[in-house]
Design a protein around this ligand. Sequence first.
Ligand SMILES: Cc1ncc(COP(=O)(O)O)c(C=O)c1O
Length: 392
Amino acid sequence: MSKYNFDQLIDRAGSRSVKIDALEERFGRTDLTSMWIADMDFAVCPEIINALKERIEHPIYGYSCPSPQYWESIINWLGYRYNFKVDFEELTYIPGVVKGIALAVNYFTQRGDKIIIQPPVYHPFKMVTEGNGRIVLNNPLIKTEDSYEMDFEHLERIIKEHQPRMMILCNPHNPAGILWEVETLQRLASICRKNNILVISDEIHGDLTLYGKPHHPFATVSDDAQAIAITLGAPSKTFNIPGLVSSWVVIKNPELRIPFYQWLESNEFNASTFVATIATEVAYTHGAQWLTEATKYIEENIATVIEYCDKHLPMLKPMRPQASFLMWLDCRQLGLPQNELVDLFVNKARLALNDGTMFGDEGEGFMRLNVACPRSVLIKALEQLANAIDCQ
Ligand SMILES: Cc1ncc(COP(=O)(O)O)c(C=O)c1O
């Protein structure tokens, strides 16, 4: 018997959610079912809401300091779920994972340095790199029948040729929802360490594992990985609280960590807000059942999409993600140029999805679908899509 209700329809209009309130700006119309940016349409677990309410009722919102239980909740979560053993001094707060990537890029690299990314991949990896005057070095993933693989031969070639300083790894991978195997991460770590390349491992989707397959924090896979890893994570995707801006960084290697954390401290980049730390502590301490139920619901939504496409939209090939609530839809069999594919989704099916090319040229012919919504909304969206394709 479920404790939480993920079928509930919640009207987000007017709540200043990017997902709804930025539709006009991003898609040019407001009459769309919104299935793009990566947050969930599910109510946050009541334990978090109640703790925030209680604190909000105190009438003074002054500067806050995180409680010892806040730090312990993160350490326990990582230790219990991933056997990722983290000491107190190896952990600090950062105001968002993308900002954490930006801080690490700025601190550890110079303008003109090269940074490897593996497209198709979460678009801010490129945006942060280029926006800070660094140079993107692409190591595109290789498309297999139903997933992607890392291209190690190409990686070694571009490292030799360009001497990059850093890599930004998406672990698990967005947009394809891949949980990288230990052996893959070990091989990556060994190549990067040999070549003095630091690895920022973005593990924001790591808690949302599906079908019992485990997530491996990059820093845990080998000594090489531990020596070069800057691990970024957050309860934000996991518990649907990204608007509270709560993330963390773990660096095991003291030679990297000590000066970087001092720099964060001197600039107050690691100063947290009480909404962030309270929600995080409660989420990691009391949110496990909510997460189990949410991921189960997401698995069923994924099955719904796959079955619907099999039956009614055989020219669409949705990838079954191993983690998180984003589905990478292979629409190449429709044979449409990308602008027409986007037009089909937006103006004909009235659906707001992420355009696959946002994640790199390798995303041509793909769209990214967010399935963290009530099933009734998902089924209606699939019907809208089927009707639009039928009318082509
Ligand atoms: C891989 C990845 N990293 C980071 C983020 C955003 O993190 P934050 O909101 O903490 O900057 C997202 C959001 O979709 C994501 O998919």
